[in-house]
Design a protein around this ligand. Structure first.
Ligand SMILES: Cc1ncc(C[n+]2csc(CCOP(=O)(O)OP(=O)(O)O)c2C)c(N)n1
Ligand SMILES: CC(=O)[C@@H](O)[C@H](O)COP(=O)(O)O
Ligand SMILES: [Mg+2]
Length: 639
């Protein structure tokens, strides 16, 4: 940042005169545009909160005062002002700083985020701690977007805050956007609050009335008396959603008006109890292309800052593209198919289907729990919902998967996107756990395709298996091995895998697209005279028992490979099978170790955790080499 390049911490910031803060905002924006143009990353949400961030750190005494950023994808200016400017070039890279707030990274990150709508609960916890300790001076602030506000969790927290009445401030950053256009009745309500101004007009009349009873002079005494009675009865309170929950509502205010923000924050500091300030901002503020096409610029790849042209466009066919196209194809011939997304319409490649069949695609907001139970309701009434949720976000709806879907054996198709490591979003976002947490749930079928053809056939099979109960298909972010041969559909046998390649020295069982690494590894090992058999399990539940009997009776060494955590994963399912059936073989399981996987590109992480082509080759050589050394001939991997 040229002009204020000595501003590295909020203390530096607080030493600046108010008059130079506007320039600082410009410098922050310029830095952000340069950085994301060169490296990619979350972008327009950060551009939209520059003034808010500067005003917050200027007025509040961070890190003593607690500041929590919801989701945390808008926290880049916060990071730049809290000691991470010199490391910002490593943002989201392997071994670099995180793209989200992280308690491990900075004392200014009061709470780690990544998943949405946690900020009000977290700040409420801190505010209640302060109240309990008798600390009435510390300030507690949560910044939450209009998208994040659609989640049940946010309202659970408001409900609790209105009851507990601790000292806290919720800043509702309303830019009228989620990743895609924000959906839902709440957005209409917020827009009405912003544009109508009726509530504020009423509020100020009422204030006048309360402070100068009898005013305005020309109002008949009887009208004033009745109005005062109505106020006491809750007229003001119940005309505003937040006030009705016992949280004082302020705003709407222009969230780019730095001076005004500073003035308001100074005032709010001295008002006790829970408060909500409604700020209106523009997502992408300061970068014209991002203000024009807001959904596109949520998290762009590298781009040319002068033209806004994307530099790193995806050229391969992706799982997402195959998913979006196939679902629409299937929906064209099966009128029961519906698509459900909790606020990931474009990320899940459902935008096109929404355009073509608007009444059959539901963007239900950031509400994974509701998305699952809503799908259960559709299924209970004869529809076939394709409930499309990123693996990491499905974690939030675990009880709904069990209680509302699986227990009732409802035909919900779970399309679990971003399964496996997702790359630079890092530990908050990896789809590491879905195999483990679904595998133990009765009634669920669980599968993962190795290539595009397999994926299409699984989607086809899922909708053609009515009455079978829930069907989960997990697939990763990004490129898919493309199809060979005709593009029709084939119904697959549930719980059946396939032999990809015969061999005699060792067998590898893979699940999903990591099977492509296995294929490449087998080719390379062949030239070393190692003949490796390769099986694609395709289903992690139910397991193909016939296939496993074949493998365990023919091979003394077996390796499993999956893009997910080893504990409880498909390798563990194979291990259980082996033990239950009394086989004694050397079994090595490859996948994610028992730690939260770090950030980096997907390829870097596959390599780091040892299940890319090189890692597989290394383990095959190791296992074949050490086989004779293992004591009871059962060798389990312990990462
Ligand atoms: C539980 C969960 N579901 C979905 C997401 C994906 N997600 C990240 S940001 C975002 C939109 C948030 O909108 P808003 O809070 O209004 O912030 P803005 O992007 O507009 O700044 C979504 C859906 C998430 N991070 N967490
Ligand atoms: C912050 C957040 O949760 C999303 O923006 C997420 O980063 C999207 O991931 P994809 O880019 O893989 O859709
Ligand atoms: Mg928003």
């Amino acid at each position: 940042m040229p002009g204020n390049n000595n501003i590295d911490t909020p203390d530096d910031l607080r030493n600046l005169p108010v008059t130079s803060l506007q320039d600082l905002c410009g410098e922050l924006r310029s830095f952000l545009i340069d950085h994301v143009a060169t490296n990619g990353g979350h972008f327009s949400s950060s551009l939209g909160v520059v003034e808010l961030t500067v005003a917050l750190h200027y007025v509040f005494n961070t890190p003593e005062d607690k500041l929590v950023w919801d989701v945390g994808h808008q926290a880049y200016p916060h990071k730049l002002l809290t000691g991470r400017k010199s490391r910002f070039h490593s943002n989201r890279l392997l071994d670099g700083i995180s793209g989200f707030p992280s308690r491990d990274e900075s004392v200014y990150d009061a709470f780690g985020t990544g998943h949405s709508s946690t900020s009000i609960s977290a700040i409420l916890g801190m505010a209640c701690t302060a109240k309990y300790r008798g600390d009435h001076t510390r300030q507690h602030i949560a910044v939450i977007g209009d998208g994040a506000m659609t989640a049940g969790m946010a309202f659970e927290a408001l409900n609790n805050a209105g009851y507990e009445q601790p000292n806290m401030l919720v800043i509702l950053n309303d830019n009228n956007m989620s990743i895609d256009a924000n959906t839902g009745a709440l957005q209409h309500y917020l827009t009405a609050l912003t544009s109508g101004k009726h509530y504020n007009a009423l509020k100020s009349h009422i204030r006048k009335l309360l402070t100068h009873p009898g005013q305005p002079d020309n109002w008949p005494v009887e009208v004033v008396r009745k109005l005062q009675k109505a106020i006491k009865g809750g007229l003001l309170r119940y005309s505003n959603l937040f006030e009705a929950l016992n949280i004082r509502y302020f705003g709407p205010v222009d969230g780019h008006d730095l001076k005004k923000l500073i003035h308001i924050f100074e005032k709010l500091k001295h008002i006790p109890g829970p408060k909500l300030l409604h700020c209106v901002t523009t997502k992408g503020k300061g970068f014209a292309p991002a203000m024009t096409d807001q959904a596109k610029w949520h998290a762009p790849k590298k781009f040319d800052r002068s033209t806004g042209d994307t530099l790193d466009a995806e050229t391969s066919v992706t799982f997402q593209k195959v998913f979006g196209d196939t679902l629409m194809e299937l929906a064209n011939s099966n009128p029961k198919i519906m698509a459900i997304t909790p606020a990931m319409l474009s990320g899940s490649a459902l935008t096109n289907m929404k355009k073509q069949m608007p009444e059959r695609v539901f963007d239900v907001g950031i509400t994974e729990q509701h998305a699952v139970t809503f799908s259960a309701g559709l299924a209970a009434d004869g529809m076939i919902p394709f409930c499309t949720i990123y693996s990491t976000f499905l974690q939030r709806a675990y009880d709904q998967v069990i209680h509302d879907v699986a227990l009732q054996k409802l035909d919900v198709v779970f399309c679990i996107d971003r399964a496996g490591v997702v790359g630079q979003d890092g530990p908050t976002h990896h789809g590491a756990f879905d195999i483990s947490f679904l595998r133990c749930v009765p009634n669920i079928v669980g599968a993962s395709p190795m290539d595009a053809e397999d994926f299409r056939n699984l989607l086809f099979t899922a909708q053609a298996s009515e009455g079978n109960g829930p069907f989960a298909i997990r697939y990763p972010k990004g490129a898919v091995a493309s199809m060979h041969g005709p593009s029709g559909f084939r119904k697959l046998a549930i719980g059946k895998g396939r032999k990809i390649r015969p061999g005699k020295d060792i067998a590898i069982l893979s699940l999903g697209p990591v099977g492509q690494y296995v294929k490449e590894a087998c080719d390379e090992l062949e030239s070393d005279q190692l003949h490796v058999a390769h099986y694609d399990l395709r289903f992690f539940k139910p397991l193909d028992e016939a296939l496993l009997h074949e493998v365990f009776s023919q091979f003394s060494s077996v390796i499993t490979v999956e893009d997910g955590c080893i504990r409880g994963g498909v390798g563990s399912a194979v291990l259980e099978f082996m033990v239950e059936h009394g086989y004694h073989v050397t079994l090595k399981r490859l996948g994610l170790p028992d730690t939260f996987a770090t950030q980096g590109t997907q390829q870097q992480l596959h390599e780091l955790y040892g299940y890319d082509k090189k890692g597989i080759i290394r383990v095959v050589r190791q296992v074949v080499g050490i086989k004779t050394l293992s004591v009871n001939n059962v060798f389990l991997s312990h990462h």
